[in-house]
Design a protein around this ligand. Structure first.
Ligand code: HSE
Length: 298
């Protein structure tokens, strides 16, 4: 018995929702092939596209699957093949895609003992291995699709939010690697009340905008005065890109997850394409290689 899954990339934080908000890209992701084995062992049998640990306990997919099987005391073995398109350290949820894809597939093969929402906590064990922190804002949207909001970590409560129909996302990945672990270590541990007020005002408004399909409000809400000022220093030409995407009609712009990727949310394919082309032209004469994606959110 085997199953092939598309394991999607995700944009976490979306500026005002550090560690609690993320969305799922419908056209960027990895492929995984998962099959049962009779060895009572979790094996990472093949990884292509990137160098990743083949030892199950060192691989986020292996760790996430073990967490799931542990919960139901199952000794069932599985072979996991991962074909990576998402580069580790890119900021679009590479480890989350592997963790989420693996638990999703194993759950299917086992006859779905868990709901998609219940799978989030197993996939978070993969994130813990990858970044030293079990954040859910990539694995939740990878498993549930669309936008996810983490209302609470303890106990874990994740909500799905609606996706306005014309919403598109452009992601630029400058080819420098920033490890989530490192970019988490530079964030300040305390925020001022003034910053907190601005941040929760924006996050609340963003949720409202998703429900009311108010694209302008959505754009105004994509602000972050807590994490972005610190992390953006690591991202080449961040401020220039912010200005450029706004000039070309993007609703909002910010860091994707822990970077170095940046995202621009846009209304409609035409604007998204214009923003993508402007970013491409801007980055083409810089001495940094890059990837660009235009995707729907689903
Ligand atoms: N919320 C996490 C962070 C996402 O910003 O560190 C990592 O992709």
């Amino acid at each position: 018995e085997q199953i092939k899954v598309f394991a999607p990339a995700t944009v976490a934080n979306l500026s005002c929702g550090f560690d609690v908000l993320g969305c799922c890209l419908d056209s960027v992701g990895d492929e995984m092939l998962i099959k049962k084995n009779d060895l009572n062992k979790i094996r990472i049998t093949k990884v292509s596209g990137q160098e990743l640990p083949m030892e199950a306990d060192q691989n986020v997919a292996g760790v996430a699957v073990k967490a799931l099987l542990g919960e139901i005391d199952s000794k069932q073995g599985f072979d996991i093949e991962i074909s990576k398109n998402i580069k580790p350290g890119s900021g679009i949820g590479s480890s989350a895609a592997s963790s989420a894809g693996a638990v999703f597939a194993v759950n299917k093969i086992l006859g779905e003992p868990f709901s998609s929402n219940q799978l989030i906590s197993f996939a978070m064990q993969g994130e813990l291995l990858a970044s030293g922190n079990a954040h859910a804002d990539n694995v939740a949207p990878a498993l549930l699709g669309g936008f996810s909001l983490v209302r609470s970590y303890c106990p874990l409560e994740v909500l799905s939010l609606p996706v306005p129909p014309e919403l598109k996302v452009v992601v630029l990945h400058p080819m420098i690697e920033i490890k989530t672990k490192d970019s988490r270590s530079i964030i300040k541990q305390n925020v001022s009340l003034k910053s907190a007020i601005n941040q929760w005002g924006n996050l609340g408004a963003l949720v409202s905008a998703l429900y009311t399909e108010d694209y302008e409000l959505l754009g105004r809400s994509l602000q972050d005065e807590i994490v972005e000022p610190v992390r953006s220093i690591l991202i080449p030409y961040f401020q220039e890109l912010k200005k450029l995407t706004a000039e070309n009609g993007a609703l909002g712009f910010g860091i994707s997850g822990s970077g170095p990727s940046v995202y621009a949310l846009c209304k409609g394919d035409q604007t998204a394409l214009k923003v993508k082309n402007a970013m491409k032209e801007f980055y083409s004469d810089k001495s940094i290689d890059f990837d660009l994606h235009l995707s729907g959110i689903n």
